[in-house]
Ligand binder design. Structure first.
Ligand code: PEP
Length: 248
């Protein structure tokens, strides 16, 4: 069985005061039955790792450059994230694909850089609303998966996040049948490419997951957890999602 993961993506939100949310999460889940990850802005990674002080919450980055170092103003390398204490990195989030023009090839190269630095990768895929309306969701997601995931990954180094672009931050969520269809297709593609390891790789759902809808989503086959944006910012909300995943 894949390991269950509740991952929070703080995006460009949070400051030093937000670390109090981590204290509250640690207090609420001193010995969680699942993996918990928070990906704060890069400026908070080192402080957050110190604050967690060996507790059961991992810390990750939200992107990394394809190169280990060099003349890339404003960027951050995978080894810098690792040195700050990150264990994971989110790659290919739809906001990076849209705002920074990241292609599948770029994301694959970022993932190779992340693996070389010893980071675990969470690679995001998902269709736009126009693509869903045009009934090409499985082709789009399958193409992103094939193009973004490098060779040589294992269940320990790759997690896939299915995030329909139209569900991110909108309060709109696909039906459980729609989620099942895409997650089943991702699982089949992972097994086809990676064999037994593909059956162990976690597949997260992301897009407007809240405490109130989490249990229903986690009951879907091949949903091994969630990548959560807005509802990961407040410990009380994220805690409800963690509890739902523990009970799934
Ligand atoms: C996300 O951006 O990865 C996300 C899932 O956001 P939200 O939970 O706010 O929809």
């Amino acid at each position: 069985m894949p390991r269950k993961l509740a991952a929070g993506n703080w995006k460009m939100n949070g400051d030093g005061a937000s670390l109090a949310e981590i204290d509250a999460l640690l207090q609420a889940h001193p010995a969680p039955g699942i993996d918990i990850l928070i990906c704060p802005p890069a400026t908070l990674i080192e402080r957050m790792v110190r604050r967690i002080a060996g507790g059961a919450i991992a810390v990750g980055g939200q992107t990394c450059h394809t190169a280990a170092s060099g003349a890339h103003t404003g960027d951050i390398s995978a080894s810098m994230l690792a040195e700050a204490g990150a264990s994971h990195v989110i790659l290919g989030h739809s906001e990076r694909r849209a705002d920074h023009g990241e292609s599948d090839g770029t994301i694959r190269a970022q993932a190779e850089a992340a693996l070389a630095a010893g980071l675990r990768t969470i690679i995001c895929v998902g269709e736009t609303e126009a693509e869903r309306d045009a009934d090409v969701t499985l082709e789009v997601v399958g193409g992103q998966l094939a193009g973004s995931v490098p060779d040589g990954v294992t269940a320990g180094t790759l997690t896939v996040a299915y995030e329909p672009v139209w569900a991110i931050g909108t309060g709109r969520v696909p039906t459980t049948d729609q989620i099942a269809q895409v997650h089943d297709a991702i699982r089949a593609q992972l097994v086809d490419r990676f064999g037994d390891a593909g059956a162990e790789m976690a597949i997260l759902y992301g897009g407007s997951v809240k405490p109130g809808n989490a249990a229903e989503i986690f009951a879907v086959a091949n949903v091994d957890g969630a990548l959560v944006g807005g509802a990961s910012l407040k410990a009380a909300d994220f805690s409800g999602i963690i509890t739902a995943l523990e009970g799934a």
